[in-house]
Design a protein around this ligand. Structure first.
Ligand code: HDE
Length: 707
């Protein structure tokens, strides 16, 4: 057998379990060949069915059990296989084998939204899960993070309440996949510790353009352990090679209607077409001695470590290179657990992280029907497991021999533990711990607003406006005025202008102090709340803004809509198409109907996309080519809707020779992102250059309509 590359090992392992039905005869689950798969067994053609129809029972009995409980949170997800390659040496900090320079490790990733059910829309305003299972030679390691580096709550005890508050309200089960409702904001407005996270959740981070264009974070502080047993605190970062981008809120809502699988499809297509998504893996390393050095507590999950204080060191690259073969077997059954750690990595005492270690294991046992879920192919480690655990629902492995206990002499003490032979094995970091048992919270967790303010200060002008718009949208949907007011009082603590502007949109004058009820809840954890915050190290951080710097950015994998009709100039189409393809972007021809179109030059073109199925919100930029088609587009309301919406969502529009006249009957006005061949010789270069900026958000200011 050919020796396989490390990256192929997982696919090779899983291939033992894959089934190929091509050219096979249909059978029952017991392998009995089925003669007739259309009819149940009856007494005569028109008679009652018979109970002895084992073929029907085999089929329906299995069908009735096709669903497993969906995840309580993060139910909606999309997965992919990939690899992690490490190219920097951090052996000084960790002995984890997969993090050593030159290593390649197979992995499975699952992205998700949090609040919606399994079938909900991809474009909900929500946090995105960013879970990676590494199949390392030390065993499986799960880094179960999010696309936002902080969290709503500080202690695991509040988690079920947070989730109950954001999920559809229990009496009417409304709304689906949305935080814009009373119970969510009731909870948030009583929990000032959520202030920092809620700023991120109301920012553009919560409506990503693509799963491929999101940052990922390990969120908690973890520990790296070197071979001498020395610990270093670590924060994990995933930086997308395509940059961090979002859509506009009005656009997100429309995408949800037109294509609720938008992100899932985008990820699938990118991998399918060989445009493998990539992220750089970065670490922030904090010596143990610096644990108490900062204005914030490293164990408080509502805080980031600003990159200005501890830079992110890039150590490797993740590449997603293979779509799953089967959604259920892989993406649905994959079982993540932040407690699955390996030698070289350990947990910190972050009370939220500690709480997660119980919940994930527990949830997998329930969801996947018992303790053998690690035997499901997607969850199997590459190094065979050897222990004395046995039996249970769905047990697959067949343990040989008559000994299933330790210590034993009958099996020569096997499986033995590493310590007995002085070999390597997982050892917890030998951290000193002292203290009374308390149910309480450290006052070092009590500064709830400084980093929320830092986040707001770090945003560009349009990003700030989007945050104001998002709060205004969400709180307008809240029916209880007291809840709105409580939340605006929290915003006032973060930034006065923010509170003022959101307040204006809600008809509320921002209260100067926190609401008494909010204070009373905060005082349950910190009796002297509010406490004077420590002086912050910085007031603003570039890394927190998504703004694309002039001269940077890429249009790789971006989709440009070419609005065409019979009579369109092939020359005009081909000219831009070629230039875009050179940059790795894609031109998609959209017309009033699918079928075949005739070019001005006489040749034909197959059309697979029409205005019926493909609205502007599914594209990054728009081009109207030259030709006789301009005459028919002039009379086409769908065309105007397309360009008007693109303009509204701050996208880049280009009009080829003569097509600029189509702007006359639209809302589109010339600006930096509206490029006319008639007026600009360099229009193709400029179009690509401006597209790299992602959007012309300044357009919102003049239009005074939030996009
Ligand atoms: Fe989770 N979380 N979580 N969570 N979480 C789950 O586990 C939980 C938290 C995150 O793609 C559940 O398998 C508790 C933080 C992701 O399959 C459940 C607490 C972060 C996923 C659970 C948290 C996350 C989950 C539901 C507070 C970012 C999806 C199904 C102590 C660092 C994993 C499941 C996937 C899923 C519990 C807080 C991320 C119920 C108790 C903080 C990405 O076990």
């Amino acid at each position: 057998m050919k020796k396989s590359k490390k990256s192929d090992l997982k696919s090779e392992q899983m291939s033992q379990f894959t089934v190929d039905n091509s050219n096979q005869k249909l059978t029952t689950n017991d392998g009995v060949s089925i003669y007739d798969n259309n009819n149940t067994l009856k007494v005569g053609d028109r008679g009652p069915s018979l109970q002895q129809d084992h073929i029907y029972f085999d089929k329906l009995g299995h069908f009735d059990r096709e669903r497993i409980p969906e995840r309580v949170v993060h139910a909606r997800g999309s997965g992919a296989h990939g690899i992690l390659e490490i190219h920097e040496d951090i052996s000084e900090y960790t002995c984890a084998k997969f993090l050593q320079k030159g290593k390649t490790t197979p992995l499975f990733i699952r992205f998700s939204t949090v609040a919606g059910f399994k079938g909900s829309t991809d474009l909900a305003r929500d946090v995105r899960g960013f879970s990676v299972k590494f199949y390392t030679e030390d065993g499986n390691y799960d880094l179960v993070g999010n696309n936002i580096p902080v969290f709503f709550i500080q202690d695991a005890m509040n988690f079920p309440d947070l989730i109950h508050a954001v999920k559809p309200e229990p009496d009417k089960e409304i709304p689906q996949a949305a935080s814009a409702h009373d119970t969510f904001w009731d909870f948030i407005s009583l929990m000032p510790e959520s202030a920092h996270m809620i700023m991120w959740a109301m920012s553009d981070r919560a409506i990503p353009r693509s799963l491929r264009m999101m940052e990922g974070f390990g969120v908690h502080t973890f520990k790296l352990i070197n071979e001498k047993g020395k610990a270093t605190f670590v924060k994990f970062h995933w930086k997308p090679r395509l940059g961090v981008h979002s859509v506009a809120w009005n656009e997100a809502q429309k995408i949800s209607g037109f294509n609720s699988d938008f992100h899932r499809q985008d990820l699938w297509e990118a991998i399918d077409t060989g445009n493998f998504p990539q992220w750089d893996l970065g670490v922030q390393l904090i010596p143990e001695e610096d644990e108490l050095k900062y204005s914030f507590d490293l164990l408080d999950v509502t805080k980031i470590v600003p990159e200005e204080l501890v830079p992110v060191k890039i150590i490797g690259t993740m590449t997603l290179n293979r779509n799953p073969d089967n959604f259920f077997a892989e993406t649905e059954q994959v079982a993540f657990d932040p407690g699955r750690i390996i030698p070289g990595i350990d947990l910190s005492d972050d009370p939220l992280l500690q709480g997660r270690v119980f919940s994930y294991m527990d949830t997998q046992n329930y969801r996947l029907g018992g303790g053998n879920f690690h035997e499901i192919p997607i969850n199997r480690s590459l190094n065979q497991k050897h222990n004395n655990q046995k039996d249970g629902t769905g047990r697959i492995d067949i343990l040989k021999g008559g000994v299933s206990y330790f210590p034993n002499s009958k099996a020569s003490g096997c499986p033995y533990h590493a310590m007995l032979k002085g070999e390597e094995g997982f050892q917890s970091h030998q951290q000193e711990v002292q203290g009374k048992k308390v149910r309480g919270r450290s006052d070092s967790f009590a500064d709830h607003f400084s980093q929320a303010t830092l986040f707001f200060n770090s945003q560009s002008k349009p990003e700030k406006q989007h945050i104001i718009d998002a709060f205004s949208f969400e709180l307008s949907k809240v029916t209880d005025p007291k809840i709105r007011e409580r939340q605006v009082a929290i915003l006032h603590q973060i930034d006065k202008t923010l509170a003022q502007k959101v307040g204006d949109n809600l008809g509320i004058k921002p209260p100067k102090e926190l609401d008494e009820l909010t204070l009373s809840f905060a005082r349950q954890n910190h009796p002297n709340y509010p406490l004077q915050p420590k002086k912050q190290e910085i007031n603003s951080s570039d890394a927190l803004s998504m703004k694309v710097k002039e001269g940077e950015g890429t249009i790789k994998t971006r989709k440009v809509a070419f609005l065409v009709d019979n009579g369109v100039s092939k020359k005009s189409v081909d000219q831009l198409k070629k230039a875009l393809e050179k940059e790795g972007a894609q031109a998609v021809l959209i017309s009033s109907k699918v079928g075949v179109l005739t070019y001005e030059e006489g040749s034909k073109e197959k059309i697979s996309h029409s205005y019926l199925t493909d609205p502007s919100v599914c594209y990054d930029a728009v081009f109207t080519p030259s030709g006789k088609s301009i005459e028919s587009l002039k009379l086409n309301p769908d065309y105007y809707e397309f360009i008007n919406d693109s303009y509204r969502h701050c996208k880049i529009l280009a009009f080829a020779k003569g097509a600029g006249t189509l702007m006359d009957n639209s809302f589109v006005k010339p600006d930096r992102g509206v490029i006319l061949e008639d007026e600009n010789e360099n229009w193709i270069v400029d179009f690509i250059q401006v597209m790299k900026l992602h959007r012309i958000w300044d357009r919102e200011e003049e239009r005074k309509v939030p996009s």
